[in-house]
Design a protein around this ligand. Sequence first.
Ligand SMILES: [Zn+2]
Length: 261
Amino acid sequence: MTAPAARLASPLGRILRWGAGAAFVAVGLLALAGRASVWAALAAAVLLFAVLACGVIFQSSGVFARPLISVETSRREVAITFDDGPGPHTAALVAALGGHRATFFVIGERATPEALAAIARAGHEIENHSLRHSYLTPFARPARLAQELLKTSTLIEAACGRKPRWFRPPVGLLSPRVARAAKLSGLQLVGWTATARDGVAGRTAGDALARLEPHLRPGAILVLHDAVDRRPISLDVLPRLLQILEERQLKSVTLDELLEK
Ligand SMILES: [Zn+2]
């Protein structure tokens, strides 16, 4: 049996970023010297913008950072993760997991020591999903974001005695600032293999399950969502998801366990 290995986002994203940047500078200089058209410079600018936008939006692009997106493992394990808790339904999610273990990416502002301790007591892992879950996180100053991440990590460690290791940025949005803040706060970036997108309005449990099902194989990191303002769809997805995992002889474990040598 080979030891599990982390699989990170594409290494090509960074090359693409430098390539698009260099092309923009080169064509821009040629246009200034009158040796290339303004349209060519504009096209290079649009290309650079598209690459940078992909880097922010697509966590697996690798343009700005290479978060963990899955694990190569010979064990029949996946990692179910829940973003956006804790909330009034977290205890129900914990109960629905039965003998499976999951990783909860919590928002610092929503966390109480009691809620975090209850998740940890049930054998689940708690990780960092930011302090405030701002959609503007990619533009935050690294020092300030790092401070907020440390605040959330401290809350988690005080409640359950384990220092968080992973940071999943809100909506998976990345930027050089997010990568810098994660480094400053001693956290590693994690994305996902598949997301149920169950936090999106109008999404049904069937839609969410259909998004996850093709990816249910060893080493997959799956995202579902907890919620505070409504009953999370994940409560309906979970029983069927666990049934499919069991039919395929797969078990959900925590991220630490998935990567354990
Ligand atoms: Zn989130």
